[in-house]
Design a protein around this ligand. Structure first.
Ligand code: GLN
Length: 536
């Protein structure tokens, strides 16, 4: 077996150029050539993980099977590669310092002064190599968060410099920069790229490949100029042009022969011709819809679309599967009132009530759930969205007027959603929710979920503290809201449905985390399929 190779992806000039998509696209090509690839994200912030971050700060918090709360780029890795990631795939500065400081407290450094170099950089290197040392991967792609030149990312770049030195041709660096277009002169400008590469050189790292983000084709003269000023081969200057969907990027990188240049640099053979037929099949379905559908996403972070990244991507996968174009209607839950609900929701073919925490926007979500239930509009409640459906049903069907989740109103007389037993007494916020994949057993043969999954045992990822309160189960069943999935170990209700409705499903877990291009999530697919059905 050849030794593991390491590819580092750094970014320059601005943030948000799409390092995660670039890393995922390259990984996809290498995977399609028969290599076993994984991707890791190093985040230079001090939080131990993004679990405690407000979604407005960094977008969605993505949860892995093993219960790690991670950066949303890991969602792209899984969606592109169709393989799961784990805690080892996301490391933050906070986590690095936490382990170095705990080693120091244990006396592991034998009285030495603990410093950024070598102790922090050694810990970074160790975390990078962990994935490679398992023998599971031929290639590990490590994406360094932030932009070159940031104070915070210096120790990471230093670790990359050392690893490049130690590993020789077994490591390489791809630097992603921006080539802006100046409308006034009608020119593409390379100076920001040159400066950014200089900055990287100052920090001791010579990039092997430059990927230039651009709105227009970059011609050979401009490429030659970049190659000359930045000490890279002409073939190693690659453009990444704007495309209609992120799922086009692997094909663009293929046109630029990025995969071949990488294999050559890493001294790896071209094992086989690329097989992207399944990927192209998806793109073909995505780009040739035969119908259009309006789907609402009701949430309180809608100003920042990244807050619901995985839900949006799951809808894209499910839309392609159903050959339909989904127009997402973003609906801020705080704007839904009894006098606005009709205007806001009446054009929808289906609605998703999104996950969330805290009281803000709850009233609007409850009005939305009531609207869906009463008007036979397909309803897909995810985590908090399931809890919302339960609260609404309790208030308006069971006539338990002040029913609530004890998260929103600790004094409610009817806590139909209540704190889980294991959560009582938990005081730390970080990493203490019910996290990661748990088994769920589908207990109703005649249910939407049974038809959608076509199996009885499923595994889905969780991220919550509250749950359906079993004391009310019988009342709900009698009135027509049925638990259709439960956790076999704890009996916790995982799924509720209203059988007497076109499609009304609430899930306590997060199906959006496990939808991929090659495996669109069955619940999203079924939700869209049923939202497409015309009223009889
Ligand atoms: N706030 C709710 C809970 O903690 C729902 C969480 C979520 O939607 N992810 O149970």
């Amino acid at each position: 077996m050849p030794e593991t190779r390491y590819i580092f992806v750094t970014g320059g000039v601005t943030s948000s150029l799409g390092k995660g998509i670039l890393a995922s696209s390259l990984a996809k090509l290498l995977q399609s050539r028969g290599y076993r690839v994984t991707i890791q994200k190093l985040d230079p912030y001090i939080n131990v993980d993004p679990g405690t971050l407000n979604p407005y700060e960094h977008g969605e918090c993505y949860v892995t099977d093993d219960g790690a709360e991670t950066d949303l780029d890991l969602g792209h890795y899984e969606r592109f590669l169709n393989e799961t990631t784990s805690q080892a795939n996301n490391v933050t500065t906070g986590r690095i310092y936490q382990s170095v400081i705990s080693k120091e407290r244990h006396g592991d450094y034998l009285g030495k002064t603990v410093q950024i170099i070598p102790h922090i950089t050694d810990e970074i290197k160790r975390r990078i190599k962990i994935l490679g040392s398992k023998g599971k991967y031929d290639i590990v792609i490590t994406e360094i968060g932030g932009t070159v030149g940031d104070i915070e990312s210096l120790p990471y770049i230093e670790a990359v410099r050392q690893l490049k030195w130690e590993l020789g041709t077994k490591a390489m660096v791809i630097h992603l920069t921006l080539v802006p277009y100046l409308a006034a002169t009608g020119e593409l400008k390379t100076k920001p790229t040159q400066h950014s590469v200089k900055k990287l050189l100052e920090e001791g790292v010579q990039p092997d490949i430059l990927v230039l983000r651009t709105e227009y084709d970059i011609d050979i003269t401009v490429r030659k100029k970049v190659a000359l000023f930045c000490n890279v081969a002409l073939e190693a200057v690659v453009q990444s042009i704007n495309v209609p969907t992120i799922y086009d990027v692997p094909l663009k990188m293929l046109e630029e022969k990025l995969d071949l240049t990488v294999l050559k640099k890493l001294d790896l053979p071209i094992k086989r011709n690329l097989d992207l037929s399944a990927w192209n099949g998806f793109l073909n379905r995505l780009k040739n819809p035969t119908k259009t559908i309006e789907i609402g996403i009701v949430g309180k972070y809608v100003e920042l679309r990244d807050a619901y990244k995985s839900i949006v991507e799951s809808l894209i996968h499910a839309g392609a599967e159903n050959r339909c174009q989904i127009n997402v209607n973003w609906i801020h839950s705080e704007t839904i009132k009894s006098n606005t609900v009709n205007d806001l929701l009446s054009n929808l073919n289906g609605m998703i009530v999104a996950p969330g925490f805290g009281h803000r926007g709850m009233a609007g979500k409850i009005i939305a759930a009531k609207y869906a239930r009463e008007n036979n509009v397909p309803y897909f409640g995810i985590c908090l969205g399931m809890q919302v459906a339960v609260i609404e049903f309790a208030r308006n069907v069971l006539n338990l007027e002040a029913a609530d989740s004890s998260e929103m109103n600790p004094k409610t007389p009817y806590p139909v959603i209540d704190l889980m037993e294991e959560q009582k007494g938990v005081t730390d916020f970080g990493g203490t929710m019910r996290l990661g994949a748990y088994e769920c057993r589908i207990i109703e043969e005649n249910s939407n979920v049974r038809r959608a999954y076509n199996k009885l045992t499923i595994h889905e990822r969780h991220r919550h503290r509250y749950e359906f309160n079993d004391n009310y189960k019988e009342q709900f069943i009698k009135a027509g809201m049925i638990p259709t999935g439960i956790n076999p170990d704890t009996d916790l209700v995982e799924i509720i449905e209203i059988p007497d409705h076109k499609w009304f499903v609430g899930v306590q877990f997060h199906p959006e985390y496990s939808s991929t291009v090659l495996n669109p999530h069955p619940l999203f697919v079924d939700f869209i399929k049923n939202s497409l059905l015309e009223e009889e």
